[in-house]
Design a protein around this ligand. Structure first.
Ligand code: ADP
Ligand code: MG
Length: 630
């Protein structure tokens, strides 16, 4: 093949889906899906682990799932990068057993073995890799892989680990909605716009609102900013299959309304009925009516015709739930004007879905590309840019959630904010909170809230060897560096002494999408309370240090000062001390402006001690308002 002659080390694009996965490649002719030897484009994300047998993947694993329900792993993506504790409550509906794996990670228990979700994903990726190698006629070692926009560092890291396990270098992790937009060539027009990507798949629903910032304004390339995401991790085409199956069964006289009629069937019959219902659903996307005839044994026979309206009356509650999520996302995005709507995922082939989405956004959705393939095609487009085959779209990746460090009092100083494009670098100066402090603890956090307790801890490390100095004097520089792969490195150093400490942050597990959702929502709801709390905590810390320095300077110079002046300083100190105590006990009740004014009054009054050089230099430091690390 000509493209392999040009590119001996091709980069492929992979959509690692909850239900189905695909691999694509882009050359001068454009992106295309790489199919299996038998011509299948989609690979079901299903893996069977049976002791003493080779691992089975895709359709083969799906076919035997009825016989091996506990050995067949579906939807492993739901567990990627999650702790066992987080997986509780989301494991319902999964047939296999979820157990605690190494480091408390969620894992799959099968015949006594513990399998990590990364390992399941690796089997799927390895199969796609082989497929690509067969099609391209060369070895494939690099891939661009997509993940949902709400995936946090832990989940992205787990995806990278899965790629490495499959012998693939994950050259870039790209958000699924961004890939879909790229497949449609969005961003190349040079116009800033806002797009909605509606992704209704097999087991999950995601809506993402993206802002596209073209080249001239973004600097080096196109920036896709995720401004809002919403969705439901337990809402997809599988629900429609189950609802239609229940409906068909009831119409044949089995079970009454409200009953789960399917529960009375054997697992094999249930599976057969579900597959039948899915085929019926898919057929009804094309036709107005299908005739069905299925013998379920035990005298149950489904022989009738099913109309599209009948299916729509069953599907409507689920479709309405997706629209409700769209409403939430639009609310979070402050009801921005949407310029385009893109449909992604197999379930968007349902005419009712297209109609509802079009109605909600008041726009005709983009449907020219196959909704099953659009994410993989976009991933391949990005791969071609990284490869140098295409020069038109250089996608800038962004940080999904803000990153910062803990400061005294449990507040978070954010160094990099959500949506900053990567690679990114941020540097900030901090200082110590206690005299002669030789170590500082650096606590790295992720999240949108102001206080540590409301954010996710990513790493902790210590900077040692700071020479003893009064609190507030050391100049501690903290630097955050996020490389093009999204890997965070944090460096802390003390300027005068040159001591340094570095940590590469590899989070062990991530947030649940619900948590990310909640954290984003709460950051808006609680923003004011949080900021007040943060400000009061900072004021208390700085005011206490001011009192300490001023009292010390006062002790040294008291004999040279007028008694009335000393008395007025003492009163200001007492007043500020009271406010500090109140701030520590009930920060929510403290008037931050009055607190700030009291601190300023003391600072101003103490200026008369200026002839005392030590006092002056110390006060000079105190007015820099550096946040302090515990
Ligand atoms: P995921 O992104 O979760 O891996 P997909 O995008 O592959 O999922 O979507 C799979 C879902 O799409 C399945 O529930 C499947 O039944 C459904 N689907 C595929 N084609 C059609 C169709 N023509 N009409 C209705 N549903 C469809
Ligand atoms: Mg998908």
């Amino acid at each position: 093949m000509s493209d392999t002659a040009v590119n001996p080390d091709p980069i492929v694009g992979i959509d690692l889906g909850t239900t189905n996965s695909l691999v694509a490649f882009c050359d001068e002719a454009g992106p295309r899906i790489l199919a299996s030897a038998s011509g299948e484009r989609m690979l079901p994300s299903v893996v069977r682990f049976l002791a003493g047998q080779p691992v089975a993947v895709g359709f083969e694993a799906v076919r035997s799932a009825v016989n091996f329900p506990r050995e067949t792993v579906f939807s492993a993506k739901r567990l990627m990068g999650r702790s066992f504790a987080e997986s509780q409550g989301m494991a319902d509906g999964l047939q296999f057993e979820v157990v605690a794996g190494p480091r408390g990670l969620a894992a799959i228990g099968s015949e006594g073995a513990t399998i990590l979700p990364q390992e399941v994903a690796a089997v799927i990726l390895a199969e796609l890799r082989q497929r690509a190698e067969a099609q391209l006629g060369c070895t494939v070692q690099r891939a661009v892989i997509t993940v949902p926009a709400y995936f946090d560092d832990g989940q992205r890291q787990a995806t990278r680990d899965a790629a490495r396990l499959a012998g693939l270098d994950p050259v870039r992790i790209v958000n699924e909605p961004t890939a879909a937009a790229l497949a449609y060539g969005i961003g190349r027009t040079g116009v800033a716009e806002t797009i909605a990507v509606y992704d209704f798949g097999g087991g999950t629903f995601d809506i993402s609102i993206l802002q596209v910032i073209p080249e001239e304004r973004a600097g080096d390339g196109i920036l896709f900013r995720v401004i809002a995401t919403a969705g439901d991790t337990h809402l997809g085409g599988d629900d429609l299959d189950r609802a239609l199956a229940e409906h068909l069964l009831r119409s044949a006289g089995c079970g009454s309304t409200g009953d789960r009629a399917m529960d009375s069937l054997t697992p094999a019959t249930r599976q057969a009925l579900r597959e039948f219902a899915q085929a019926t659903k898919v057929a009804l996307s094309e036709r107005d009516r299908v005739d069905v005839d299925l013998d379920l044994g035990d005298g149950i026979r489904l022989k009738r015709s099913v109309t599209r309206e009948e299916f729509e009356s069953i599907a409507i509650p689920w479709v309405d739930r997706t629209i409700a999520a769209c409403e939430r996302a639009m609310g979070d995005a402050s009801k921005v004007a949407i310029d385009r709507v893109i449909l992604v995922g197999g379930s968007t082939r349902i005419p009712l879905v297209r109609a509802r989405v079009g109605e909600f956004f008041g726009l005709d959705p983009y449907t020219a590309l196959d909704p099953d393939c659009v994410v993989a095609l976009g991933a391949a487009t990005q791969a071609a840019v990284l490869q140098g085959t295409r020069r038109d779209v250089l996608l800038l990746d962004v940080i999904p959630l803000s990153l910062g460090i803990e400061t005294v009092g449990g507040a978070v100083a954010k160094l990099l904010t959500r949506n900053a494009s990567i690679p990114a670098r941020a540097r900030e100066m901090f200082s110590t909170s206690v005299d002669n402090q030789t170590n500082v603890k650096v606590h790295v956090l992720q999240g949108e809230r102001e206080m540590v307790a409301d954010c996710r801890s990513l790493a902790r490390f210590e900077l040692r060897g700071i020479p003893p100095m009064p609190a507030g004097i050391p100049q501690i520089e903290v630097e955050f560096l996020v490389d093009a792969n999204g890997v965070l490195q944090v460096t802390a150093g003390e300027r005068r002494s040159g001591c340094r400490a570095v940590v590469q942050v590899v989070p062990s597990f991530g947030l649940t999408p619900d948590e990310v959702d909640r954290m984003e929502r709460e950051s808006v709801t609680h923003a004011r309370a949080d900021m007040h709390h943060h400000r009061v905590v900072d004021l208390a810390v700085n005011a206490a240090l001011d009192i300490k320095w001023i009292s010390e300077a006062l002790d040294r110079t008291r004999s040279d000062l007028a008694p009335a002046y000393v008395q007025s300083l003492a009163e200001l100190i007492t007043k500020l001390q009271e406010m500090i105590e109140r701030a520590r006990a009930t920060p929510q009740d403290v008037d931050a402006d009055a607190f700030h004014a009291a601190k300023e009054a003391l600072d101003r009054a103490s200026v008369s001690m200026h002839e005392q050089s030590i006092a002056r230099s110390l006060r000079g430091m105190s007015t820099q308002h550096r946040e302090r690390i515990p």
